[in-house]
Every structure is written in C-alpha cells, then in structure tokens.
Design a protein around this ligand. Structure first.
Ligand SMILES: [Zn+2]
Length: 474
C-alpha cells in the first residue's frame, strides 16, 4: 500500500514515490526532501498561516510514522517589501525588526507543538546563492536589466503558467512588475533583483547594488540545501500564483531539470464563515486567542482536523468543541491508567489495536485524510471506553492501548499524556506563596514574573477573595 497525494501540478491523486524511483521497502528510500514556504517576519503570524504550518507538521509526522525519513526546510523571509516598510516605520534596522518577529514565530510554533524542521534558512543569509541562480538565468538569456533591476522574461520560458493553469492570452509580454505580490490578472515579467530605493537596505553584487525579489529566495535556498529536484513543496493556495509559478520558472530555467515532484497546497481558512481581515474584526493571531484564555492544544486540534484541501471555518465555538474532544481522550487515558486488574479474560486487545493502525493508515494514505483518521480514532476511543466499563481490560491491555494512542499521537501531536502527579505541586505552591509576598512588598515585577513563568508551564493562577488558587490548563 502506498501513500497517495494530490499534486497541484497534475491536478490528480498520485502515488507518492520519493526520489522518483520505486523501491522494495519504505526504508530503502532516501530521505523525503520537503520545502515549505515559511513566514515573512514582518508581524505576528495569524491562524490562517498556522493552518498551513500545522499541515506541514502533519505531513512530516505522518511520513515518519510510515517509516520514511524526512529532510525538511522552511525558510524565513527576512527581506521583502513588507519587512523593509515595517523596519523603516519603526526606525530600526531590518535585522532588529525581523529578529523580533522571527523569535516570536518560533515561540508560536513551539506552543502549537509543531516540530522543528531540519533547515530554517534566512533570505539575508542566502544572497550569494541568489546571485548564482540569477547568473545562470542570465547565461540562458532569459533575463534583462531595466534601470538597475533584473527581470525574468516570461516570454522566453514557454512552460510558464503550468502550475496555476494560466491562459497564455493573459500574459502581457514586456510588461513588468516590481511588487512581490500581484494577482493572476496581472501576468508580467517579475523582478529577480531590485535596484535600491532611498533608505532601503542593499547588497553589492556583480549586477550592481540591490536587494532580492521574494521569489528568487525560495529557488536559491532549495538549490543551496538540496542541490537537486525535491520531492514535496508545500504552501498555502494563495502562493500558487505568482510565487510558486515564479519559483518553477527561475529554477527550471536556471538548471534545466525538474524542480519539484509533488506540489501540495493548503486551502484557505475562514473565520466565522468569512475571509479573515482586520477590518472585519475576525482576524486572530495565536497570541490573541491565548490572551482570550484558549489553550494551544485545542487550537492545534481544530486547525489540523479538516482535510487540507477543504476550506476550514474557524470559530471560537469550534475551539470549545475541540476542548471537549480532547477531554474525551484525556479522560480515557486517566481511566486506562486506573486499571489495576492483572488477570486476562479479553483476547481481542491485539486485534483491536491492529485494526486501529490499519484503518488509521488507510485513511491517512489517502491524501492525508485526517478527518477520516480522526473518525477511526474516536470509534476506537468509544470501544475502549465500553470495554473499561465492562471491566474487560487488564492492566497489560491498558498499557498496550496507551502505547498505541501514543504512537498515533506522534502524528496528531495534541494528546496529553502527563498525569496530574507529574506536576510538582510543592514547587508551584512555594512560587504562589512567593508571589503573594512579592505583592505585599509591592514588588509587582516579581509577582508578574512568577505568574508568567507558571503560565508558560501551563499553570493558571486565579486570584480570588479567598486567596490564590492554581490549576493546570487543559
Ligand atoms: Zn516560497
């Protein structure tokens, strides 16, 4: 049985063959090479962005679950129109500005239990590689210089538009575009390298001073890290045009070989049934939701739970339903841990677990059908709950079942296996007392520090008229 994934390029479900050559065993394959377009670090990432990043995480976790090894890169765009504008507005250097948002971005990933990937190249650290690829494009005569900026000449690359199915008639030959982002109605030559404007950062190159366009950075970093055709390239559907179309044009023009085998694109996220926008008041960053009192775990659950090629409607009500779903799982783990019975009188445990793995894999192999896989899992949760109520399971059965759930969670990443006893209550109590004293001493800085530190650990303090209570955040 093989994994099937939907390739935006062919618009079909295709059998997944890493490296392009079928092998006998999964373990015979070379590591699966994946590139995911990362954030532009000009602001806090919003939950629509995180839907895509959580999908990337699901993809790599599932490939590992199936026995593949992965070699995954996600870039950090730390120079582009938006970051430059932001740094100028705040009167700080581009590096100071982007370092701040890069740090915040990685903190957010950690909160959402998104695994670190093998490579996180930064655009500003890959300028040399960008010039290398520009030179190659130049040698092929597919580029021209206009007032110090370099443009890709799409009329000399006849394959242009295959990924996004562009109607060739829309292409305006000779018309140019400087902006990093533009829409499908506006098919023009795009900037590989931009002449510096006043107050903008620039790099000296054989083509003169300037700074990179957004698209060249991904092409350059993929070459730098992988050096050849990669297996999977992911991103949100909004990146298909122009960003990914331009990446293909640059890389295939420069190196004359296939750029990417499988293109995977994640659909939009809606909030309350509408496109998320600041003006509509339905725009959320992860921090907004955490400040409203929601935990990262149900947010991860909600963002992962819909199939990636379907639109997901995010609502606060949806987070509450996710909390309930997680509570069902948490309660099952508690019930399983409570089982003390030693004697065996149930012979179906191994079969039950084997069926769980089989059905879960069958669903996920079908284009990462997570909603189907979650259906399989909750059916299993119900069955096990019934078996516990009927007192059929032994301690040994319970341990096997917990191990199986743990294995599935290597893909889900949202189940809590910590028991209440894992929390060091004595230490927390001491910190709570220290905070009360600090407040009495009007040392509010220390009091806030303690509150924030415990919050990081998932401990919530509640100041009531009877004193301070603490609880674990679920
Ligand atoms: Zn990209």
């Amino acid at each position: 049985m093989a994994i099937k994934i939907y390739n935006t390029m062919s618009r079909k479900l295709e059998e997944f063959i890493p490296g392009g050559e079928p092998k006998e065993q999964i373990t015979d394959y070379p590591p699966v090479t994946i590139y995911s377009c990362g954030p532009t670090v000009y602001s806090f990432a919003h939950i629509g962005n995180f839907r895509t990043f959580i999908f990337n995480d699901l993809l790599r976790r599932y490939l590992k679950f199936r026995g593949y090894s992965v070699d995954h890169a996600m870039n950090i765009t730390d120079v582009d129109d938006k970051t430059i504008k932001g740094a100028l507005a705040e009167g700080i250097t581009l590096k100071e500005y982007t370092d701040k948002y890069t740090k915040i971005f990685f903190e957010d990933l950690k909160k959402l239990n998104i695994e670190p990937v093998e490579h996180n190249p930064r655009a500003t650290e890959s300028i040399e590689e960008m010039i290398d690829i520009i030179k190659k494009i130049d040698e092929k005569g597919i580029m021209y210089n206009s007032e110090g900026s370099l443009y890709f000449d799409i009329s000399k690359f006849p394959q242009y538009g295959r990924l996004s199915n562009l109607d060739k008639r829309e292409i305006k030959a000779g018309a140019r575009y400087d902006a990093d982002e533009y829409n499908k109605e506006d098919v023009r030559d795009f900037a590989l390298w931009k002449a510096p404007k006043e107050n903008e950062p620039f790099w000296e190159t054989p083509y003169g001073p300037g700074r990179p366009g957004w698209h060249i950075e991904c092409s350059a970093m993929i070459r730098k890290i992988f050096g050849k055709t990669i297996d999977i390239h992911t991103g949100g559907v909004d990146l298909i045009f122009p960003h990914h179309e331009n990446e293909i044009a640059q890389s295939e023009a420069a190196y004359g070989e296939k750029f990417v085998r499988y293109w995977l694109h994640v659909e939009h996220l809606l909030v309350d049934g509408a496109k998320m926008s600041k003006s509509a008041g339905n725009f959320y960053t992860l921090r907004d939701l955490l400040n409203m009192g929601y935990s990262p775990r149900p947010i991860r659950y909600l963002l992962i739970s819909a199939h990636y090629r379907k639109q997901l409607n995010f609502t606060l009500e949806g987070i509450k339903h996710s909390e309930q779903a997680l509570e069902r799982i948490d309660n099952l783990i508690v019930r399983l841990r409570d089982i003390k019975k030693e004697e065996h009188n149930f012979n179906e445990c191994d079969n039950l677990i084997a069926k769980l793995y089989f059905d879960f894999t069958e669903a996920m192999d079908n284009d990462l059908n997570i909603s189907g896989a979650l259906g399989v899992f909750f059916e299993f949760v119900s069955k096990v709950n019934t078996l516990i109520s009927e007192e059929k399971l032994s301690k040994n059965d319970a341990e096997k079942i917990i191990a199986a759930i743990n294995k599935l969670d290597s893909v889900f990443g949202f189940i809590n296996f910590e028991s209440e006893e894992d929390v060091d209550a004595e230490r927390i109590e001491a910190l709570v007392q220290e905070r009360i004293q600090a407040k009495k001493d009007k040392n509010f800085k220390r009091a806030d520090e303690i509150r924030d530190m415990l919050k990081e650990e998932g401990i919530i303090l509640e100041d009531t008229k009877d004193g301070t209570r603490w609880k674990r955040k679920k």
